[in-house]
Ligand binder design. Sequence first.
Ligand code: ZN
Ligand code: ZN
Length: 117
Amino acid sequence: MPDPTTDPVAAYLAQVRKEFDVFGEASALPRLHAALGAVLALHVRQGKPVRNYSKMCPEHAWNPADRSIGRLEDIRDCPDCGYTEYYVCAHCECPDDKWPCPTYRAISAELLGEENR
Ligand SMILES: [Zn+2]
Ligand SMILES: [Zn+2]
């Protein structure tokens, strides 16, 4: 499960669970809670960002002479290199989806009524 202190969907689910525990009604709630938790456990943001080098300037490109490449920090800060990094979903079915992935966004929209959490 995502961390409820940083993830609004996980926080909402924790709240639903707490309300059920207090009022003891809605017998489907624990199952719904578990099902959503299982989906959200798959669709989490991958820990490391994906690094995308769309362009490398002559200074930082692969140098066959000394078999070297520019340092990441130099490439990232270089105005002539094209470098971006982004996060993806850890679930294997959506490896190229930028985080948050469609599954997470769909659940988030239903629970929170927002598209871009
Ligand atoms: Zn996903
Ligand atoms: Zn460069």
